[in-house]
Design a protein around this ligand. Structure first.
Ligand code: ADP
Ligand code: MG
Length: 352
């Protein structure tokens, strides 16, 4: 469907993304995940034709659409884009906003009757038929977002690009709207590339994830595989809060404050990094060892965060965070024993 081959780009002389290689196929939702400034929007803008690569090639449906010397115009690509701020025309009603998207010159051969029908189809797909005469400001944030999606879908694009499409919505609505949008996208079955900095959102929406750091894609895979088998500390740390320790590995065993932890494929080193997700620390207040002392408990409803202090000869006094399910409370000063959930512990050897 769309394929990036060794794409690099720069803004002026400042590099933004390097050696980007990926494919998005039809019926596939691919999530581009990374922190702010890592180059996610630039990749969407390159796909849409709003930026030109400095090296590499972009292919769409078996034809080259961009390289460093020539680039197909955005309106000729048949790609729909939903921006962060929706970019609706405030003075046009919903129907006219969508018709506007169908008026580009490559739809010039379509009669106004057909365009009208395509706009109605897009409204129906996004459950907005009743709002065709409304102005954007009369709709909720979630509805406006669906209008932006309807406008992107109306020309039947081969690929839809979504740039942080939920960031303008309040948290309460977000989950519902995310769910609605996913159903619409699955029904349509077109290829989708969605950008987000929110790992949970990426896992929810995407069939496949591409994690970015500093202008490069550093890991690609099914969401659950990336979550369970991160290739490096950056990826491991991207899925929620973690505890990070420097440690050593000897004969396949990493030293931890809670005893030796078996690791695979790491040669002996004094320069390893261990990541323990907050929910990888299992607290047992009646355990036999006194591994740590509770500093405070913060209850957040669906889970609680327990702040703990422990002493590890290697480092000295340490402050760590454990995430425990539900409403749980440990008094300050409680001595607890700690076990590791090995599926939430990752050890990487550091270069240099
Ligand atoms: P993201 O979407 O992941 O936050 P962007 O693709 O927007 O990242 O930006 C990647 C890098 O390019 C950042 O360092 C950003 O500051 C820079 N950048 C983005 N847009 C421009 C621009 N129009 N001119 C110059 N630099 C830009
Ligand atoms: Mg961006």
């Amino acid at each position: 469907m769309i394929e990036f081959k060794q794409i690099s780009h720069q803004y002026g002389h400042v590099p933004s993304v390097q050696n980007i290689d990926f494919t998005v196929n039809s019926h596939e939702v691919v999530g581009l995940l990374g922190p702010s400034g890592c180059g996610k929007s630039t990749i969407l803008r390159l796909a849409a034709g709003l930026e030109t690569p400095s090296a590499g090639e972009i292919w769409l449906n078996g034809a080259k659409i961009a390289d460093a010397t020539s680039t197909m115009r955005p309106e000729d690509r048949g790609i729909g884009m939903v921006f962060q701020d929706y970019a609706l025309f405030p003075h046009m009603n919903i129907m006219d906003n969508i018709l506007f998207a169908l008026n580009s010159h490559n739809n010039a051969n379509l009669s106004s009757v057909i365009r009208h029908q395509m706009a109605l189809d897009a409204l129906e797909q996004t459950h907005l038929t009743d709002y065709r005469d409304a102005l954007p400001h009369q709709l909720s944030g979630g509805q406006q977002q669906r209008v932006a999606l309807a406008r992107a879908l109306a020309p039947n694009p081969g690929l839809i690009l979504l740039d942080e499409p939920f960031s303008g919505l309040d948290n309460r609505l977000k989950e519902q709207i995310r769910d609605d949008m996913l159903h619409v996208l699955h029904e349509i079955g077109t290829a989708v590339l969605i950008v987000t900095h929110d790992s949970e959102e990426a896992m929810f929406m995407a069939d496949r994830l591409m994690v970015m750091e500093n202008g490069s894609i550093i890991q690609t895979g099914a969401p659950v595989d990336v979550f369970c088998r991160p290739d490096n500390a950056f990826v491991a740390e991207f899925f929620g809060e973690v505890n990070r320790f420097e440690t050593s590995v000897t004969s396949g065993m990493a030293d931890t404050p809670f005893g030796l932890f078996p690791v695979e494929n790491i040669d002996d080193t004094d320069n390893a990094i261990m990541i323990i997700r907050n929910d990888g620390l299992i607290i047992d207040p009646r355990g036999e060892t006194a591994d740590a002392v509770v500093v405070e408990t913060i209850m957040l409803g669906r889970y609680s965060i327990v702040h703990l202090e422990l002493y590890w000869e290697r480092i000295g006094a340490m402050h760590i965070h454990a995430r425990v399910p539900g409403i749980t409370w440990y008094d300050e000063g409680t001595e607890v024993s700690i076990k590791l959930d090995s599926s939430q512990v990752f050890v990487f050897s550091q270069q240099g």
